[in-house]
Design a protein around this ligand. Structure first.
Ligand code: FCB
Length: 454
């Protein structure tokens, strides 16, 4: 499959479709970029532990060094500013600021995030802070982790502590990144930390994540938080592989377990009946008042989207059978499904505001002799998906922002360092950062958005 760079005219035309005030950014997460895993009083996280399980990470790597971001904060802040973005989405490593997840806070860890947030603001960039992007303190895991109801209360205390430390300087606070991934990949499929394999546990984990989200929102509002508050969900538009009755039923069920299981409680205060019937005795224990807490109104919904979901009841669906090009993750590239997804969420749940908080692609980038990375495939991906967001906005979805995943190449969880999502290339041997052609395109595009498409 060959792609071309978007033309200047097409880029300008896309820029004209976005209003002033729309938030444009890049996203990262703590474990994937920070490194400094055992320094300055940081506690162990479940991902530090999981990386040491033989075979857990494809290339046998860990987050010990990652992009060495903790030691390169000023350089990375300048890198972010040079992109011309107005928002930076990052996450806080809970064990860096509160090593065991309860009790004492670590002043050196808190200081790092103060410098990050202050450094962003000094450069005119709005900080969008995520409280939990998966790196739970290992000490809490040893007390049951997210399967234990007590962790909900630990999270609320952590949220309050961060609000007092840095929250007042953040434009946006997100409670959790992708509860489905933590619950299902981490506790049912066992391919992400903490590596457990039980559907019943996964559903209890999901319930506790949702509950802690709602209670944290209430606690943050009681602290008079000024930031906009919400959650980030991973979502894909589900379509049946064929028109058969079985595949269509499967698409409804997959959408139920992945999307409605989270959106129905958050926006309607109840779990979907068809999925409850499907999971039977694996359904979570729900206490009186939980559902109302989960449905605490949010200021925005963040949506992470990479691909569409093709549902197949029979033989496992093989990505690529539809003839669509794939990213290096094996995910189909299908931008119109992002429009369909955004319109559907708007129609069914009516969030006040919607942001695409992650979107991007891993591609086999080649560094040329001149040191440049001409990632035309990633640039095209971003162009097409930003267009899909514009389509949804023009059809009524309350779109308020778009963040590229990711600022720079980083630790891609169980895939290790082989999969590169950055618009900035990282040479892990030297830690040299080199903006790719996609970064140059994004900077140019954002300049045109600011100038109204001129
Ligand atoms: C999302 C994660 C993010 C990144 C991308 C590729 O599920 O939130 O950390 O790994 O996938």
């Amino acid at each position: 499959m060959t792609f071309d760079f978007p033309s200047p005219e097409a880029t300008a035309a896309l820029a004209r479709r976005f209003p002033p005030g729309f938030a444009w950014g890049v996203a990262t997460s703590s474990f994937q970029i920070e490194g400094a895993a055992h320094e300055d009083g940081k506690g162990e996280s479940i991902w530090d532990r999981f990386c040491r399980v033989p075979g857990a990470i494809a290339d046998g790597s860990s987050g010990d060094v990652a992009c060495d971001h903790v030691h390169r904060l000023e350089e990375d802040l300048d890198l972010i500013a040079a992109l011309g973005v107005d928002t930076y989405r990052f996450s806080v490593s809970w064990p860096r600021v509160q090593p065991t997840g309860s009790g004492a806070w670590n002043a050196r860890g808190v200081d790092f995030y103060r410098r990050l947030v202050d450094g962003l603001r000094a450069r005119g960039i709005a900080p969008m802070m995520t409280l939990n992007h998966w790196d739970l303190p290992q000490a809490l895991q040893e007390q049951g982790g997210w399967a234990a109801r007590e962790t909900v209360h630990r999270f609320v205390d952590y949220a309050i502590g961060l609000q007092r430390a840095v929250g007042g300087h953040c434009a946006t606070i997100t409670t959790h990144n992708e509860p489905w991934v933590m619950a299902v990949l981490g506790h049912e499929m066992g391919i992400f930390a903490p590596g457990l394999k039980s559907r019943a546990v996964a559903l209890q984990v999901a319930h506790h994540l949702l509950l802690s989200h709602g209670l944290a929102l209430q606690a943050l509002r009681a602290e008079s938080a000024k930031a906009e508050l919400g959650i980030v969900l991973n979502m894909s538009h589900a379509v049946p592989a064929t028109d058969s009755e079985a595949d269509r039923a499967r698409a409804v069920l997959d959408d139920g377990t992945a999307l409605r299981w989270y959106c129905d409680p958050l926006f309607r205060g109840r779990y979907p009946d068809d999925v409850l019937a499907h999971v039977g005795a694996d359904a979570p224990v729900v206490q009186h008042g939980d559902m109302a807490a989960i449905a605490t109104p949010m200021d925005y919904l963040g949506i992470n989207n990479y691909s569409r979901h093709v549902a197949s009841a029979g033989a496992p669906w093989v990505a690529g059978s539809s003839g669509l090009p794939l990213t290096e993750m094996g995910w189909e590239i299908h931008a119109p499904s992002l429009t369909a997804l955004l319109l559907r969420v708007h129609r069914d749940y009516a969030p006040k505001k919607m942001l695409v908080t992650e979107n991007g692609g891993a591609f086999p980038d080649a560094v040329g002799d001149d040191g440049r990375v001409l990632d035309v495939d990633r640039t095209r991906y971003l162009f097409d998906h930003i267009g899909a967001v514009a389509d949804a906005a023009e059809q009524g979805a309350p779109m308020a922002g778009y963040m590229v995943w990711s600022l720079m190449d980083n630790f891609e969880w169980a895939s290790g360092y082989a999969k590169r999502f950055g618009i900035v290339h990282v040479d892990y041997a030297t830690q040299k950062r080199t903006p790719k052609a996609s970064a140059d395109w994004y900077r140019g595009f954002l300049g045109q958005v600011r100038r109204g498409g001129d």
